[in-house]
Design a protein around this ligand. Sequence first.
Ligand SMILES: Cc1cc2nc3c(=O)[nH]c(=O)nc-3n(C[C@H](O)[C@H](O)[C@H](O)COP(=O)(O)OP(=O)(O)OC[C@H]3O[C@@H](n4cnc5c(N)ncnc54)[C@H](O)[C@@H]3O)c2cc1C
Length: 349
Amino acid sequence: MIKTDILIIGAGPTGLFTVFEAGLLKLRCHLIDALPQPGGQCSEIYPKKPIYDIPGFPEILAGDLTKNLLEQGKQFKPGFTLGERAETIEKQTDGSFIVTTNKGTQHHAPIVAIAGGLGSFEPRKPLIENIAYYEDRGVEYFIKDPEVYRDKKVVISGGGDSALDWSIFLADVASEVTLVHRRNEFRGALDSVEKVQELKLLGKINLVTPAEVTALHGNKKLDGVTITSGDEKILLEADHFIPLFGLSPKLGPIGDWGLEIEKNAIKVDTLDYQTNIPGVFAIGDVNTYEGKLKLILCGFHEATLMCQSAYKIINPGKKYVLKYTTVSGIDGFDGTRKEAPKAVVQAIN
Ligand SMILES: Cc1cc2nc3c(=O)[nH]c(=O)nc-3n(C[C@H](O)[C@H](O)[C@H](O)COP(=O)(O)OP(=O)(O)OC[C@H]3O[C@@H](n4cnc5c(N)ncnc54)[C@H](O)[C@@H]3O)c2cc1C
């Protein structure tokens, strides 16, 4: 059982900034995310796109914002459960909560902050009859650890950046990489398209277009796929099949937690973004209230106010006096201390 003060569901920018604000109040955080990496939409959808409306950053790449948020929160030693979806919540008699993921990992905390954005990103799966049987037996929709594919025969399908980038990366890891796409044209960064072209000419990527993987084979695990290209059917040996057709967000199991939902978002009050379940807050893109704007800076503001209320619930009767970080400095949970240089009292002769 993982124990923490604030359990954050969603490691997007809102969840990541919560770690920092909670840390200032000496509260520890643990984050759960269905994706294998933190950053939410910023790292999954547009890591290489510039954002122009983050205060203090005239321009910052979404991927760099994620890196900075992780760096800013690092001193408060957040825990992460990645690649798992928060599935159920159970209120305990003392008012705390146990949240269990789809893989059975249990988390216990007095406060739950749902920072689930548009919902958990679920992979778009190809319509192949027995695909569910081969999931985790050779079929994967995310690449968590590229080493799994070392010296293996890998078939990737898809026509976007993920399919291109992973084909390029795995060309040096796997024994054989085949990229299958239903069109001849790819929709991705120009340098990635050119790199795949170059690797194809070098014989390091086997490109099959226009084509689709239409059947999977193997007894206990995947050992081959059928690729259909027009009237032709190609039977290919494969240890792994990785369909990368993008992700679609779904509010998913959180929608069944007894929370008030309006238009696929969680209704909150505007005092501290608490939901209709005391102790459960919803911040960032996942919430709704009058005047709501789905912007990163709004998520940061909501996280800041939410942490103040979380502090009061965890420390009843204790008064918190707001201190400027420039004045108080920051004591990390890792023993580090950051502070502005102190003024000296010294006579000048
Ligand atoms: C192309 C694009 C451009 C954008 N440009 C801008 C911009 O210029 N400026 C701006 O302010 N905003 C921009 N946005 C919007 C901005 O990205 C969002 O407002 C922001 O990402 C919201 O952050 P969040 O942390 O609330 O949610 P998200 O970033 O959506 O993160 C939520 C996370 O929660 C996880 N999750 C959800 N449910 C579960 C569950 N049950 N279990 C486990 N994990 C779960 C998801 O996997 C996800 O990683 C843009 C968005 C897009 C798509």
